[in-house]
Write a protein that binds this ligand. Structure first.
Ligand code: RP5
Length: 331
């Protein structure tokens, strides 16, 4: 039987408030600074060695045999002339089957880009993007592949990434400090993807924002689904865990990042963007007690030490670096 004492002091005065319906995405926080980054405009917060959207130019498109045209760093920017540039166009069959989460093909419809189009947010955190021949152009530049690939939306595909953290503690409950950096070690909840990306990496679990859904709800929904599904608990325990997650996600969140994601699924006409928010259980008596599985089986949800050497999907490693700096933790 898992004993999870209820926590009383988690709900703070701070609320995240987002809307996808016509207003800019905004976050209200108190006591923590919000980092508002633009991946495409200058890589100002990215490691200097990183080229522009490297993972979006991966040679082989995920989940397929499709090869991208190789795009050198100096030809990524659309303003660099490249008259011969004629990448193959690929949209996955799962997208062409017209599922509810995907747009129809261009021609049979014409989405209203750079605006909130019905319930679908087609604005970009990176600013206004160009539309050429009726198709939106990736704000970070060429990827070597046209079409939508595995992504449902033409233009930005909005996701949300909850980054849930706790301090690593020893058996006596004292914070564990890293032997080299001497800084306290944070742990975050990660999950191994079960799909085409499972071979590559773990990540703090993120998911797509449903049309018209508030990002704060997406963050909680995605985390709850995965964390609860990973547990073999009784209905009563699950209800208590669900309440704890709800309380944590109502409490102070540190907005880590909002903008373009260097996702291997990106194409010249479709790309991922996200809002990443850190929910931290500072006292260690809330979701810190979630009995997540240890180990490394595919699909398992785990507490993992924050460390720069841990391989992660897309630019999620950058998100964790920001969290570590904010919390003055080991990286
Ligand atoms: C990434 O893809 C986002 O940062 C988010 O983690 C994830 C969302 O896509 P799905 O996991 O829902 O496919 O770009």
């Amino acid at each position: 039987m898992i004993h999870l004492p209820l926590r009383r002091h988690l709900v703070g005065p701070i609320r995240l408030a987002f809307t996808l319906l016509g207003l800019p995405h905004t976050v209200w926080t108190s006591g923590v600074s919000a980092v508002n980054t633009s991946y495409c405009r200058g890589h100002s917060t990215m490691p200097s060695s990183a080229g522009p959207h490297v993972k979006s130019r991966c040679p082989q498109y995920p989940g397929s045999n499709i090869k991208r045209l190789s795009v050198p760093d100096d030809k990524v920017d659309w303003t660099q002339k490249w008259p011969e540039y004629n990448p193959v166009s690929y949209t996955a069959p799962s997208v062409l089957n017209n599922p509810a989460w995907a747009d129809p093909d261009i021609g049979s419809s014409s989405p209203n880009f750079n605006t909130v189009d019905g319930a679908v947010d087609r604005t970009s955190f990176e600013g206004s993007y160009k539309v050429e021949n009726g198709k939106p152009l990736n704000p970070c530049g060429r990827t070597g592949l046209a079409g939508r690939g595995l992504l449902g939306r033409w233009g930005p595909n909005h996701a949300a990434d909850p980054i849930v953290t706790r301090w690593k503690v020893d058996v006596k409950g004292a914070k564990v400090h890293h032997s080299v950096s001497q800084k306290p070690v944070l742990q975050f909840v990660s999950i191994k993807r079960k799909d085409w990306a499972s071979r590559h990496s773990c990540l703090p679990y993120g998911g797509m924002v449903d049309p018209g859904e508030q990002v704060s709800l997406t963050l909680q929904r995605e985390f709850s689904e995965e964390a609860l599904n990973s547990l073999s608990s009784s209905p009563a325990e699950r209800a208590e865990i669900h309440q704890r997650i709800t309380n944590l996600f109502k409490s102070s969140g540190f907005m880590v990042y909002k903008g373009y994601v260097d996702d291997p699924r990106n194409t010249d006409n479709s790309w991922m963007e996200t809002v990443a928010v850190n929910f931290h259980d500072d006292l260690g008596n809330s979701v810190s007690e979630l009995p997540l599985e240890a180990g490394d089986d595919a699909g398992q949800v785990q507490w993992v030490d924050l460390d720069s050497s841990f391989p992660l999907y897309a630019n999620h490693s950058h998100f964790l670096e920001i969290v570590a700096k904010e919390r003055k933790a080991h990286w």
